[in-house]
Design a protein around this ligand. Structure first.
Ligand SMILES: [Zn+2]
Length: 260
């Protein structure tokens, strides 16, 4: 299968267990573990067997896995203090507790990995387009600042594979929501690109990566601490699950993060 390694990402193949990792976060591999899984397995639909194999490969404890019961494309972020907690109807989890691992599900939406190496805090965030409009990345960073006294200048943020501007085509209504929410950034010409007219409807392309990067810089993260995967889930549909491509039948890629 196609290898998605690039300057920021390394594509690991451990037998039939496959995942992507950020080179930047691997610099801290003695303190934090993470991955983004591929189409080789859909961990949401198996009975735990493949999940356990993935956890073995990552050398994480499967019994300390915390999932969100239902991700709802919100901007709600929850602080987790124990693996016994069962978060529901939120789209981001943060903790400073070691060994609890977070596992969130994605099919085109943006996974955002946050790591503060000074205060030892992590965040695993599901930023769908609605979550991006709700600025969930900023909500999460603000929560790290309030709960754990994180300094945004210390926080490393990795923006994972998601539907890129090349494929995130929307109608006028969604375009207007982005335009109204982010026009203050003064970069509408880069965030929004006019596409074709299809069946009488003007289409637009939206750059959610750039929006997320900009809102993170706005809240105080350093440019050099924001790393993008530069991988579009639709462009790489043979390797990654994509809702745009597979619709209701789409599987899910899993973004895992844990302090160790
Ligand atoms: Zn694409």
């Amino acid at each position: 299968m196609k290898n998605l390694s690039n300057n920021n990402i390394i594509h690991i193949k451990d037998g039939d267990i496959e995942y992507l990792q950020f080179r930047k976060l691997l610099e801290y591999k003695d303190k934090v573990k993470h991955c983004y899984t591929t189409k080789s397995n859909d961990y949401e639909v198996d009975d735990g067997v493949n999940y356990k194999r993935l956890y073995n490969s990552l050398k994480l404890d499967y019994n300390k896995l915390v999932k969100i019961k239902e991700q709802i494309h919100s901007n709600y972020v929850q602080v987790i203090n124990s693996e016994e907690e069962k978060p529901d109807k939120v789209d981001g989890l943060i903790t400073n507790k070691k060994e609890i691992s977070f596992s969130l599900r994605f099919a085109d939406c943006t996974p955002i990995y946050l790591y503060d190496p000074v205060k030892d805090v992590i965040g695993d965030i599901h930023s769908g387009w609605k979550g991006t409009v709700g600025k969930i990345a900023q909500v999460a960073v603000r929560k790290m600042m309030q709960e754990y006294n994180s300094n945004p200048e210390d926080i490393i943020c990795c923006i994972g594979p998601a539907i890129g501007k090349c494929h995130f085509e929307v109608d006028e209504d969604v375009k207007n929501i982005f335009e109204n929410t982010f026009s203050y950034m003064n970069m509408n010409n880069r965030i929004i690109e006019k596409g074709e007219i299809k069946e009488g409807k003007q289409k637009y392309f939206i750059d959610t990566n750039l929006i997320n990067r900009t809102m993170l810089e706005e809240i105080g993260l350093l440019k050099e601490n924001i790393i993008e995967s530069n991988i579009c889930t639709v462009c790489n549909k043979e390797v990654l699950h994509s809702y745009r491509v597979d619709g209701e039948n789409a599987g899910r890629n899993t973004a895992i993060m844990s302090l160790i």
